[in-house]
Ligand binder design. Structure first.
Ligand code: ADP
Ligand code: MG
Ligand code: MG
Length: 253
């Protein structure tokens, strides 16, 4: 089984005031089949971790590494990261004007597998996955995320997850903007991927709500660009009761 290792990761962005250090030495190891929740207050660097793994050009890795089965992810182009089995769902999914969802999915699947999926099984798979996620068929022919509501974008990301079958998924605030029904549907999609393909999940969230539906094996609390505390599911329960206050006293905000 596969393993994703984040080792002493330091990440900065260039701002008008100069270089801003955001991640200050992050260590995490995720094995296939495991779900790790990254929790933390706003501004603690959670999305920056997702962007760095995704290879966003604004986020400069100044030291450390991200290894997928020993291979340096940070040396890979963005499309190579997907081919290697990483799936990255961002807090703010991008719209792709002029590209239909169906074409986007087929192109992505082809790039990842190295060959085009057989048309008949593919159409069936897409249809089934959309039904699982209670997405209307019209979403196949609409441009990727264009005019989608926040909740529809999140569902669309899980549609990609179900069809592309990655080894590891980084899900950044997949719960934000979802009502309870949509949250359940989206969580079921993630849980199906866990059961069917042994997906490893890095679930980034500010709130504990989604963890009622996607059960974490490990919880890591992010504060000020570092993992401040780690534990099992009980840590999420404690955060639900206490919030992040005890981590913020004395920390530079
Ligand atoms: P979180 O996802 O935990 O809310 P972020 O990773 O989005 O945190 O942000 C961490 C810190 O880095 C914040 O102070 C944020 O303002 C800053 N930051 C993130 N991206 C940029 C950027 N592109 N330019 C300047 N500052 C940034
Ligand atoms: Mg934020
Ligand atoms: Mg964020």
């Amino acid at each position: 089984s596969s393993v994703l290792e984040i080792k002493d990761l330091h990440v900065s962005v260039e701002t008008d005031q100069g270089e801003k250090k955001i991640l200050k030495g992050v260590d995490l190891t995720i094995r296939q089949g495991e779900t790790h929740a990254i929790m933390g207050p706003n501004g603690s660097g959670k999305s920056t971790l997702a962007y760095a793994i995704a290879g966003h050009p604004r986020y400069e890795v100044t030291s450390g590494s991200v290894l997928l089965d020993g291979e340096e992810v940070l040396d890979m182009e963005v499309d190579e990261r997907a081919q290697a089995g990483l799936f990255l769902a961002m807090q703010y999914p991008v719209e792709i004007p002029g590209v239909t969802n169906a074409n986007f999915l087929r192109t992505a699947k082809t790039a990842i597998d190295g060959e085009a999926p057989a048309i008949r099984t593919w159409m069936k798979d897409v249809k089934e996955a959309m039904q699982h996620l209670r997405m209307d068929e019209s979403f196949a022919s609409r441009n990727v995320n264009e005019g989608f509501s926040g909740g529809e974008k999140k569902r669309n990301e899980i549609l990609q997850l179900e069809l592309l079958k990655p080894k590891f998924a980084v899900l950044d605030e997949t719960d934000s903007g979802l009502d309870v029904d949509a949250l359940k549907i989206v969580s079921e999609g993630v849980n199906r991927a866990k059961e069917q393909t042994g997906l490893g999940v890095l679930l980034i969230t500010h709130y504990t709500r989604i963890l009622r539906y996607i059960k974490p094996d490990f919880v890591h609390v992010f504060v000020n660009g570092r993992v401040a505390e780690e534990g099992g599911p009980e840590l999420a329960e404690r955060l639900e009761e206490e919030g992040y206050d005890r981590f913020l006293t004395g920390a530079s905000a």
